[in-house]
Design a protein around this ligand. Structure first.
Ligand SMILES: [Zn+2]
Length: 479
């Protein structure tokens, strides 16, 4: 058992009072003092100073948002200025998160609760080093196997990114493409966005005919079964495949046929959202929509707008989404993953979307957070993916999902690219527990929210089934 102490360190003596974002932790463990210092000078900081700094940050963010909202949006310099404001706000939010992340030993009583009675800081008791502890807390392993056993749904994942290594090797083999083991593995040891894109293209390069999509759906079903995911909505992005000569209709027939067989086999349900893609422009997106409209498969339930967010502003796709809605298709958009709040506003105002993928940058704009809370538009949280991209959040602990959830914004948990990031949906839920202090009760609320965020025909029936199952699992795992 250990307790921690807040320490502020700075390289420059003069700037120590400034309280920059350089908090470090001293950890005492059974009398052994462990000091983690990145800088040489160490100064203890008073609670008042911490609170003052937070107040200053909050004030500055408010001011910046106010000025930002007054910027005209039809001038050539507007987007540049917008980005500068967003950057400054992000820096302040990161600093705020670093400060709030620190554990405070023995805070004064008045610090324990906020106005609405919620605990503001975690209280860590000072315990004599020689005390023996009996650990009654569940281990990480206990929590993980509990989460894995819980029934779940998922709505933000991409078909290519659900193809496991074994299936991919088989697809290469079937299509007569020889890849050495070394070269194959090399693609999976990426560390940056470019490496990620290369792996994505590598997976796409294994697809040579519409029949290959059957293997991809099998791999998705295997991923779902392993993690007790009963229902999913998966993105299928056809543009690249069509460019490579694959027939869209045949490809969708194969996908739907396999989906129906799988549902027949064990009840695992999959529906399709066709990613019309913003990367290839508006005309291509409209062509993709028209292809979807020709299909008569009930499993193809809607369209999504994925691809490079900076390359295609959501508002460019207004007519595509308007038509899709008129034709009864469901609509979702990737927004606020790689662009600021304006991208989310555009998706709401111009595309009238029903769900927002990622929505990470919404935290920068309190008016937007308030709008999301009021409207209850679900945000598809993809924690691992967001930390990997690193645009608006660098550490799991700082992900805004905690704030969204606490402020009543509708959130649901997803993997985005499970086989590429080597994560499961259970692990994403576990990260909520481990890094963002979601309780077991809250995890179950997230599972329920996950169901009601789907476009499933009978969400009440799914929840009823889940509820009974969850009760049994909680009893079994004593959680
Ligand atoms: Zn995505």
């Amino acid at each position: 058992m250990s307790y921690t102490s807040i320490i502020f360190s700075s390289q420059k003596k003069k700037s120590r009072k400034k309280f920059e974002s350089l908090l470090q932790i001293i950890d005492y463990k059974k009398g052994l003092k462990k000091v983690y210092l990145l800088r040489k000078l160490v100064v203890k900081v008073k609670f008042e100073q911490i609170l003052n700094r937070i107040a200053v940050i909050d004030r500055d963010i408010n001011e910046l948002n106010k000025i930002k909202s007054q910027l005209p949006d039809d001038r050539p310099y507007s987007s540049g200025l917008q980005l500068i404001f967003d950057k400054q706000i992000t820096n302040l939010l990161n600093e705020r998160n670093i400060i709030l992340d620190q554990k405070i030993p023995n805070p004064p009583a008045w610090l324990h609760t906020t106005k609405n009675g919620q605990a503001k800081y975690e209280v860590i008791q000072t315990i004599p080093a020689e005390t023996e502890f009996t650990n009654t807390e569940p281990t990480d392993q206990d929590i993980m196997s509990f989460i894995k056993a819980l029934p779940k749904t998922e709505v933000h994942l991409h078909l290519e990114a659900c193809v496991n290594k074994q299936t991919l090797k088989q697809m290469f083999k079937n299509n007569g493409i020889k890849i050495s083991e070394e070269e194959f593995e090399k693609h999976y040891t990426f560390h940056d966005l470019n490496g990620f894109i290369q792996l994505f293209l590598f997976i796409q390069s294994a697809v040579k005919s519409h029949k290959d999509f059957s293997y991809m759906i099998d791999s998705l079903a295997e991923y779902m079964r392993n993690d007790n995911i009963k229902y999913s909505e998966v993105f299928v992005a056809p543009t690249k495949f069509i460019q490579n000569g694959i027939d869209f209709e045949k490809m969708m027939d194969v996908i739907v046929k396999r989906i129906r067989e799988i549902k027949q086999e064990d009840g695992t349900e999959i529906n399709i959202l066709v990613d019309v893609s913003r990367t290839f422009g508006q005309e291509n997106a409209m062509n993709n929509l028209n292809r979807v409209l020709k299909l008569k498969h009930p499993e193809v339930i809607g369209i999504g707008l994925g691809g490079a967010e900076q390359m295609g502003p959501a508002k460019d796709f207004e007519t595509v989404f308007k038509k899709a809605k008129e034709e009864g298709l469901r609509t979702v958009v990737h927004a606020g993953e790689d662009e600021g709040p304006i991208s989310i506003w555009d998706s709401i105002n111009y595309l009238k979307v029903e769900r927002i993928g990622h929505g990470t940058s919404a935290i920068q704009d309190p008016d937007l957070v308030e709008y999301l809370r009021e409207s209850q538009i679900p945000i598809e949280i993809c924690l691992t993916s967001n930390v990997f991209t690193g645009k608006y959040v660098k550490k799991e602990e700082n992900h805004p999902v905690r704030q969204y959830f606490d402020q009543g914004v509708y959130t649901c948990i997803n993997t985005d690219d499970p086989e590429i990031f080597d994560v499961s949906l259970s692990y994403e839920y576990f990260k909520m527990y481990r890094f963002l202090n979601f309780s077991i009760e809250e995890l179950i609320q997230l599972i329920k929210k996950g169901i009601y965020a789907t476009f499933h025909q009978d969400k009440d029936a799914v929840w009823k089934k889940f509820e009974t199952e969850i009760l049994k699992i909680r009893k079994k795992h004593n959680l």
